[in-house]
Design a protein. Structure first.
Length: 553
């Protein structure tokens, strides 16, 4: 009598890292030759668990070193309370559970949430990583998604037509400490949309279709202009993580050599203890050089590989790219090409990052940043500031957005000459940079207009710029400053913040002398911090703290 396994085959589809353009893992897909076994598995938890075990066994037979993604229905986990057989087969094959991600898929309707969360806790305790699959096209409640706290969220490609939803999910993933992937990507336009919306991983036929043999090479289209991944102040290391080649710390040098010679793209091996914590780092070139020397194989083949390794360089999964460069900078120059191990909050290795990936990405960001600098002041333009405004709004942070310009600047240029006007603009820009501190950002948006983004408590430093006795060609000059305070939830994006700033600019320009007007997003009225009513000539600077309109504040 034939078993369901007799006609079942498995295919592998790469999960692609959009930053490194490498394969981050392999999703194992059941491909029955007859019947609809997936429909049966949805109704039969034991069958679904058996499929997961068979999927992992098929990958192990292919001897792939890449991390694996295995699919399980939510109802299966809730009913069985975990996947004990999956843990047994992974451990029995010498693989580590944290190299396997369990993709939990819908439907979630009628699934006992308490039982599901308990089963996920069991899987996580065994070391498995958790992915929420089919988000956006399934029935996964948002509250349950947050309670699952997955390491990966997989969105359906149909959401790319609604980029605001993808950006919102990226914000949620950042809060959860998860990565965001888009499934079913078939066109270069979809790939660009995924990047622009903030996705870090993707899979689909564009990169590589499901195949019987695991694919290590994939096609990733070049980034289109204007569709680069969302800029970040200090890119998260999560965007650069590659799969790690792991062996137990007890592995012999011969075992390491066999792994390296069988996988040319592996630049090093991490030796880990039973908990998955990196103990030693074996660099490919230095190790093979030792083994290939005279008597090298005879001396080292049966000895512990740890003797030919170095202390691992590690960073936490929440580190930034700049922090990794700090780690690389410490130590001898001969280790600058070593992989850096990325560890989770338990110290377990979740992957590695390569210096070349970081340098390339950071260089690209610097080139893009330089292209956006104002040639007169070398300050960034409005895009850099408004992008940071949107990030702070998405993070739920309070902010103060200020606009500053030179009063009657055309008269300055006409009377003192454009060279004196240019020098005045450069001087104001330098003064703003000196006054700004910490996370404050200063932008020159053209002409005599500047934008300043600060935390509300950092506003006081801007007064020093207004208090300077400014001149151009011997002529006295005053500045106007308008500030809008945006409490969390008061604005949805930089456009709303700018709209709140517009009437404050007009009010500041209507004052005499150096002026400063402050308002609050969503509230009527404004407060005059500098300046006198009725602009019509220059007047001595004085401080005025009064409401310009009833109920202001």
């Amino acid at each position: 009598m034939h078993s369901w396994t007799d006609t079942l085959r498995f295919a592998f589809q790469p999960v692609v890292n959009l930053t490194t353009q490498g394969v981050a893992g392999l999703e194992i897909l059941a491909r029955p030759e007859t019947g609809d076994i997936l429909a049966e598995a949805r109704r039969d938890p034991e069958l679904d668990a058996g499929l997961a075990v068979q999927a992992v066994r098929s990958a192990l037979r292919r001897e792939t070193l890449l991390p694996l993604h295995v699919n399980v229905f939510a109802a299966t986990l809730a009913d069985l309370g975990g996947l004990a057989s999956l843990h047994d087969v992974v451990r029995g094959a010498g693989r580590l559970p944290w190299e396997v991600t369990v993709d939990i898929g819908p439907p979630y309707t009628h699934v006992p949430q308490a039982g599901l969360l308990e089963a996920v806790g069991v899987l996580r305790g065994q070391g498995f990583r958790i992915s929420a699959d089919g988000v956006g096209d399934g029935d996964l409640p948002l509250r349950l998604l947050i309670d699952l706290a997955p390491e990966l969220v997989k969105l359906d490609a149909s959401l790319l037509a609604r980029p605001a939803a993808v950006r919102a999910m990226r914000t949620l993933c950042d809060e959860l400490g998860a990565l965001l992937a888009v499934e079913g990507v078939e066109t270069e336009l979809q790939c660009s949309a995924a990047l622009a919306a903030g996705a870090q991983l993707a899979q689909g036929d564009l990169f590589a279709p499901p195949a019987r043999l695991p694919a290590a090479d994939v096609y990733v289209p070049p980034r289109m202009a204007g569709c680069a991944a969302r800029p970040r102040s200090g890119p998260s290391i999560r965007e650069f993580v590659r799969p790690a080649a792991l062996l137990p710390v007890t592995a012999s040098a011969g075992q390491v050599r066999a792994l390296l010679t069988g996988a040319e793209d592996v630049s090093g091996v991490l030796l880990v203890d039973r908990a998955g914590v990196p103990v030693r780092s074996v660099h490919r070139s230095r190790f093979l050089l030792s083994m290939s020397g005279r008597y090298g194989h005879a001396l080292y083949a049966d000895r512990p590989a740890a003797k030919l390794g170095d202390a691992p360089r590690t960073v936490g999964v929440d580190a930034t790219a700049w922090e990794v460069l700090d780690v690389v900078a410490v130590g001898g120059r001969n280790r600058t090409s070593d992989d850096v191990a990325v560890v989770d909050h338990r110290g377990r290795c979740v992957g590695v990052v390569r210096l070349a990936d970081l340098v390339r990405a950071l260089a690209e960001s610097r080139v893009e940043e330089a292209a956006g600098l104002n040639p007169l002041t070398r300050l960034p333009g409005s895009d850099a500031i408004t992008g940071e405004v949107d990030r702070r709004i998405a993070d739920g942070r309070a902010l103060a957005l200020s606009w500053l310009d030179v009063d009657h600047f055309k008269q300055v240029n006409d009377g003192a000459g454009f060279a004196a006007g240019d020098e005045l603009i450069r001087s104001v820009g330098r003064a703003l940079q000196r006054a700004a501190s910490g996370t404050a950002r200063v932008g020159h948006i053209g002409g005599d207009d500047f934008l300043v983004l600060t935390d509300p408590e950092g506003l006081g430093a801007l007064a020093a710029v207004l208090d300077v006795f400014w001149t151009a060609g011997g002529r006295p000059v005053t500045l106007s400053l308008a500030t809008v305070l945006c409490a969390p939830g008061s604005v949805s994006d930089h456009r709303q913040a700018a709209a709140g700033l517009a009437p404050l600019k007009k009010a500041a320009k209507a004052l005499r002398g150096a002026s400063w007007v402050l308002g609050r997003a969503g509230s009527p009225g404004h407060e005059v911090l500098r300046g006198e009513s009725g602009r019509g000539g220059e007047a001595p600077l004085r401080t005025q703290r009064a409401a310009a309109e009833p109920g202001a504040g």
